[in-house]
Design a protein around this ligand. Structure first.
Ligand code: B12
Ligand code: SF4
Length: 470
């Protein structure tokens, strides 16, 4: 057989990457991880399509779309709370397209690969970041490489489960920018984590990955890891300009684990936005570690378009903060919130109820602390012991985890039973925290004024309903 004929006969993978839906969720943002993978695959010569389940509201509509294309490979991105949906979709596809190759990746696959491989034994499971690995998987499927050389891959071979060590992307600047051409930014009508926004169209970006800290409840170690990997300020600024000029983006939501760890780099990004005359508004709705930032850094941020920051405050009790291995204490957090407010930036406080050492008294202190700070808004989430977190190990040892049904790991359900604080108590405290915080007329009106569209109003309604029903 001639080489030409052999080339024609070689299998060309036709792949679809799927952001797994959470049909009832009010939260939605572009699936950045999948867009990064797709652009890496394109660079390596593989044409990969995208289906964002996040924009679907009904299972029927989503399943119809899933089967519509002519694909032989499908990859799902799974978080913990929607892994159950991935399992349902795998069996749905198996019944209708028996020959389909199925891959499962994302944060849950990274955290719980053995369990994922046990539940879906005929699937490939991918741990870690997918940009370098996915093109290699497709190469191997096309006969140009070996599965054994794909970092992070988990698969069954002759009945034996094999796992290659994942390899984090070393140089984020070397990655191709996400395949933004595959998303319609008008589908993403609310801010990702915080719902509120000032200007549309808006999108999320990531300027660094990883974080060197070890907060007991944080799941970053299983994916982005303990080594902080920054992108260069120039690369970030070029990406923002591209988003502005090619896609008309007017607002950016930074979703890094720890965007401001290196204050100098962070200031260069802010200064660059000003120097290049980039007209955007921006915020950090996922949280920003900021207790080390100087007052004039907050002022520079404000001048460059920052209007809102979310701080992971977590608790109003210093002992609870220390037990959670937070690097901050209540006095430092108060100073930081005040510094940001002085610079004219809105501040949202994130609190977690149910950390180690929590008692009714410490929750009371947390609510009082939240109310005593000059915050514009607050979120009181229930502690979720995600796989890969240190608090999960502690709570499993102590027998505190009441609910192991992972579908409920969405921070709205109470899954932890502490001494003197049952799951029922926890839900009551959370409702009380919200009511006490938001029933103050000035805060209520401030938040009402921030409702900038019908979609935000709907999202707010879903959020309140979830809190009420939890
Ligand atoms: C942006 C974000 C969101 C966005 C968008 C999520 C998305 N689908 O992209 C929104 C706002 C919707 C969101 C919502 C929630 N989120 Co969120 N979110 C994030 C955040 C801050 C960044 C995600 C991101 O863009 N990362 C950057 C990209 C490059 O990485 P990536 O998406 O993980 O993708 C890489 C790998 O995972 C892998 N990969 C991913 N998918 C696939 C698929 C295949 C086939 C393969 C091979 C590889 C692969 O390759 C990608 C590229 O390297 C992370 C924190 C973090 N650092 O990851 C939390 C995080 C993912 N979220 C989390 C949680 C808990 C939630 C909520 C449940 C919380 C809540 N109730 O408010 C909700 C879920 C609601 C819903 N609708 O699903 C947790 C997940 C923990 C867990 N074990 O599940 C995280 C890790 C935060 C944390 N530290 O605890 N989130
Ligand atoms: S919660 Fe934030 S500061 Fe703490 S380890 Fe996670 S990313 Fe780092």
């Amino acid at each position: 057989m001639s080489l030409a004929v052999r080339t024609i006969q070689r299998r060309i993978v036709r792949a679809l990457l799927v952001n797994t839906p959470t049909y009832g969720s009010h939260l939605r943002s572009i699936p950045l991880g999948l867009l990064y993978i797709i652009s890496s695959c394109r660079r390596a010569g593989h044409d990969v399509s995208l289906l964002d389940g996040g924009v679907f509201r009904s299972r029927e509509a989503f399943e119809k779309e899933l089967l519509a294309g002519d694909f032989d490979t499908v990859g799902f991105s799974a978080m913990t709370h929607n892994f159950g949906e991935v399992v349902r979709l795998v069996s749905f596809i198996r019944n209708r397209r028996p020959g389909m190759t199925i891959l499962i990746g994302g944060v849950h696959a990274s955290a719980a690969w053995e369990q994922v491989a046990a539940v879906c034994p005929e699937c490939f499971v991918m741990t870690g970041e997918g940009e370098e690995a996915m093109p290699l998987v497709f190469d191997a499927m096309e006969g140009r490489g070996a599965l054994a050389d794909v970092p992070g891959l988990v698969w069954h071979e002759n009945g034996v489960l094999r796992h290659n060590r994942p390899r984090p992307v070393d140089d984020l600047d070397a990655l191709a920018l996400p395949a933004y051409d595959l998303v319609d930014f008008s589908d993403y009508t609310i801010g990702a984590h915080g719902m509120y926004f000032k200007r549309k169209p808006l999108t999320t970006i990531i300027t660094s990955r990883g974080c060197p800290f070890h907060c007991s409840f944080c799941a970053k170690s299983v994916l982005t890891g303990d080594t902080w990997r920054p992108r260069s300020p120039e690369g970030v600024l070029d990406e923002i300009e591209l988003l502005m000029h090619r896609y008309g983006i007017r607002e950016i939501h930074f979703e890094d684990d720890n965007i401001a760890l290196d204050e100098d780099r962070f200031r260069k990004i802010c200064q660059g936005i000003i120097d290049r005359g980039i007209d955007i508004t921006w915020k950090c709705p996922h949280g920003i570690y900021a207790t080390h930032l100087a007052q004039d850094t907050f002022e520079l941020m404000a001048r460059s378009g920052c209007y809102s920051l979310s701080f992971g405050i977590e608790s109003g009790n210093d002992q609870v903060l220390a037990m959670a291995h937070k690097t901050s204490n209540t006095a430092g957090l108060r100073k930081t919130v005040e510094a940001a407010r002085r610079a004219g930036i809105q501040v949202i406080g994130f609190f977690i109820l149910g950390l180690e050492g929590e008692t009714p008294q410490t929750i009371r202190e947390t609510i009082d602390f939240a109310k005593s700070l000059p915050l514009d808004a607050a979120q009181f989430n229930l502690c979720v012991p995600f796989i890969g977190t240190q608090i999960r190990e502690t709570y499993l040892d102590l027998g505190y985890i009441s609910d192991r049904d992972l579908d409920t790991y969405d921070v709205d359900h109470a899954v932890v039973n502490l001494p003197g604080l049952s799951t029922k108590d926890m839900k009551r405290w959370r409702l009380r925290a919200f009511l006490e915080f938001y029933s103050r007329p000035s805060i209520f009106l401030r938040n009402l004024r921030a409702v900038s569209s019908v979609d935000v109003m709907k999202a707010l309604f879903f959020r309140l309903r979830n809190i009420w029903r939890a």
